[in-house]
Design a protein around this ligand. Structure first.
Ligand code: FES
Ligand SMILES: [Fe+2]
Length: 324
């Protein structure tokens, strides 16, 4: 294993939990980007993610803190903090401390995931987290699919960028995923923080077939480095979300979600397909979690364009130039 050489505090949207892990009134402790954080859901249903330490005397809100209406109450002396991180109540004084604030993170919830916007420079979000249905503008919704199937792997020595580089890495499909032939990329659009990668691919047939005859493929949308959503066509209808979030200076958590289309499969078949999609993703994880980032890499001629484009695109999410 090798500690990632890329900066572990990139900017963007990153998943910190699933929505059903933070029910109304719940307080959940998470650790990302080297920070202790708490995620809590107010009575109104809104989720707040904030640094875990109370600004009064430093109690950890994840150990005994609880939700009171639209605030979280510290277990130590009962101070209450609202969704913006402001102190709104000191139980033994007639006015709160208006000056002190706990750092909060912009939050968005979609596709059953809780994402935070992380930026060491404190800028507001400059792109939206992609949605595995709405972002494809095809009228699809979760109702067309069986319930989400999930994979969660904690504290692996890998970097979010490794996962996104799969989107230009045509050669790995044959070796890691045993596709009969090498896929062909039909779109690489790295012009903006949300990037697009489409490719023609098949998992069936012989190694003698021509890619020109293949009538199936995948469209991928990368929302920064933290979230990638995919839609398949011409094969078993599936959508996936991969979400990789740095935990500290050497590890990341990986979450992977799969939806299988309701028609024409029964739930049992769909579940088996979903398991297979997840199994294929674990083949990638096996490589990524032991990989050493290669920079500059030794590339085949056909790999130059894609890898150069995605690595240049990735730079915009780093607060400083990656160390080589
Ligand atoms: S440490 Fe939180 S209220 Fe005192
Ligand atoms: Fe892969």
């Amino acid at each position: 294993m090798a500690k990632p050489q890329l900066p572990m505090k990139p900017t963007g949207w990153f998943q910190i939990a699933w929505s059903d892990e933070v029910e109304v009134g719940a307080v959940r402790t998470v650790k990302y980007f080297g920070e202790e954080m708490v995620a809590w859901r107010a009575e109104s249903g809104a989720v707040t993610v904030m640094n875990a330490y109370c600004e009064h005397l430093g109690a950890h809100l994840g150990f005994g803190g609880h939700v009171v209406g639209e605030t979280i109450q510290c277990p130590f002396h009962g101070w209450q903090w609202n969704a913006a991180g402001h102190n709104v109540c000191i139980p033994y004084q007639d006015r709160p401390n208006r000056g002190r604030r706990i750092r909060t993170y912009p939050v968005t919830e979609r596709n059953e995931a809780i994402y935070i916007w992380h930026d060491v420079e404190g800028r507001e979000p400059f792109f939206e987290a992609p949605d595995v249905f709405a972002s494809f503008n095809d009228g699809s919704s979760a109702a067309d699919y069986y319930p989400q199937q999930r994979l969660f792997r904690e504290t692996l020595e890998l970097h979010p960028q490794y996962v996104l580089e799969n989107g230009v890495d045509f050669a790995h499909f044959k070796f890691v995923h045993q596709t009969p032939i090498v896929p062909v990329f039909t779109r690489h659009d790295f012009a903006a923080p949300i990037s697009y990668v489409d490719f023609t691919i098949t998992f069936e047939g012989s190694d003698q077939q021509s890619i020109d005859d293949v009538r199936s493929g995948v469209e991928a949308i990368n929302g920064g480095l933290g979230i990638a959503v995919t839609k398949s066509w011409g094969m078993i209808d599936n959508r996936t979300i991969s979400a990789v979030t740095p935990v500290d200076e050497s590890t990341s958590d990986v979450r992977f979600m799969v939806y299988i289309g309701r028609a024409p499969w029964n739930a049992e078949r769909a579940n088996a397909f979903g398991d297979e999609v997840i199994r294929q993703f674990t083949q990638d994880i096996h490589i990524w979690s032991h990989q050493r980032y290669s920079d500059p890499p030794a590339l085949a001629t056909a790999e130059y364009e894609g890898f150069t484009a995605i690595r240049k695109w990735a730079m915009q999410f780093y607060p400083e130039t990656p160390k080589g």
